[in-house]
Design a binder for this molecule. Structure first.
Ligand code: ELE
Length: 217
């Protein structure tokens, strides 16, 4: 296996853990571990912590060290420095909103599997040429939603997508029914008000609902 094939195999396993990858914004470090425990208790094991707050890397470190069963990833990765910092903190996968040549070079040189975002067939083809078999459609709903992905299934059958951006519990099934969708990403499992209130039981319930969604994989 080439290094890229190994990373794609790792991504396939991570994206198969549950129908939904929660996209999380953590404002307070103390929320990280109980939130991740609630998600895992509800059946959601892969968790994407976005690098949008100052505590994000520490949150990744805490979840990786303390939450049994969690597979923590890093989101909103824009460059190779962030990729390496997240790997060192314990992230097992990385997600980016798009794919710049420099970020892709850094991902090739490093060990962390990257799930890059695309919004056009041309971008997907460029990544296919670099060995990517798993991509994020971003922002999924504004760029065309499940109809766009359905239209790509026939000409681009080698690629499995994790559409993210604007998806909810009620719209997720339209995506998950497609043959080229591995899972969906979404922030609805960890709403700001529930994090702020420490409503871990509420987050576990949202995770349970998401984990019960059916996929077509
Ligand atoms: O920054 C990244 O790498 C991301 O993954 C961005 C997320 O896809 C969106 O923030 C999803 O947010 P919702 O539309 O609220 O579900």
């Amino acid at each position: 296996m080439t290094p890229q094939e190994t990373k794609q195999q790792q991504l396939a396993e991570i994206l198969a853990l549950a129908p939904v990858v929660p996209v999380v914004i953590i404002d307070e470090l103390v929320h990280a571990v109980p939130m991740a425990r609630a998600l895992v208790a509800g059946g959601i094991r892969s968790i994407e912590v976005t690098l949008r707050t100052p505590v994000a890397l520490d949150a990744i470190r805490a979840i990786a060290a303390e939450v049994e069963g969690a597979v923590v990833g890093v989101g909103t990765v824009l460059d190779g420095y962030q990729l390496e910092a997240a790997r060192a903190a314990g992230a097992r996968f990385a997600v980016s909103p798009g794919a710049s040549p420099k970020l892709l070079d850094a991902a090739d040189a490093g060990e962390l599997p990257l799930l890059p975002g695309v919004a056009t067939a041309g971008e997907a083809m460029s990544l296919l040429e670099r060995g990517y078999r798993h991509l994020k459609l971003f922002p999924a709903v504004p760029v065309g939603g499940h109809k766009l992905l359905g239209a790509w299934a026939s000409p681009l059958p080698q690629i499995r997508f994790c559409p993210t951006g604007g998806i909810s519990l009620s719209s997720a099934p339209d995506f998950l029914a497609l043959p080229n969708v591995a899972c969906v990403g979404g922030s609805w499992l960890t709403p700001k008000d529930k994090l702020k209130a420490g409503d871990w039981a509420g987050i576990e319930l949202l995770a349970r609902e998401a984990a019960a969604l059916r996929t077509n994989r």
